[in-house]
Every structure is written in structure tokens, then in C-alpha cells.
Design a binder for this molecule. Structure first.
Ligand SMILES: [Zn+2]
Length: 94
């Protein structure tokens, strides 16, 4: 039943991070870097992640970036961003 993402457990209901990829081939033309304004929003959401609204919004962002082939957790870790560990803890299955 549970997808075991801590972030989804906060939000409740079905998995908020699962993405369904289409199986059509498409050229990978997306930016690999996450936009600075996205990172700023993630940082501010993480600072008030106890609010359900912030958790829902964060899940939306993580999912949207994943659909664009950007892994926010991996990016944050690669860039050694201050919130990388907190984000990873929320988005990694237990
Ligand atoms: Zn989940």
C-alpha cells in the first residue's frame, strides 16, 4: 500500500512521486541543470516541510523535474547543496 517515501507519508494517499513515463522515444533536449528559482523554492519549502501544503508543493516539484529527466535529489547531492540530505531523506524509499 505505502510506497515508503517519507514525503508521501506526510502527504498521505497515493504516491506523490511516482511518474509514468511514456514509452515513446524522444530526443533528450532538456536542460540537465535544475533552475536556480526551483532550488530556491525547494529550499524554502524544506524549511517549513511540517506544513502539509509545503510537502504537497515539494512533491509536485520533484515529480515535475523527474518528468523532465532531472533528478532533484541527485542534482542536489552532486552540487553539494545545503538541503541535499534533507531532500534525499524525504524522497528516498525507506
Ligand atoms: Zn511515494
Amino acid at each position: 500500500m505505502s510506497c515508503s517515501h517519507p514525503l508521501c507519508e506526510r502527504i498521505g494517499g497515493a504516491c506523490s512521486l511516482a511518474i509514468v513515463r511514456s514509452h515513446t522515444c524522444r530526443p533528450n533536449v532538456n536542460e540537465r541543470d535544475v533552475a536556480a528559482e526551483v532550488l530556491d523554492e525547494v529550499r524554502s519549502l524544506l524549511s517549513r516541510i511540517d506544513e502539509r501544503e509545503a510537502a504537497v508543493r515539494l512533491a509536485q516539484i520533484v515529480r515535475r523535474e523527474a518528468l523532465d529527466d532531472r533528478n532533484l535529489v541527485a542534482f542536489a547531492r552532486g552540487e553539494e547543496l545545503d538541503f541535499a540530505d534533507q531532500l534525499a531523506a524525504l524522497c528516498t524509499k525507506r
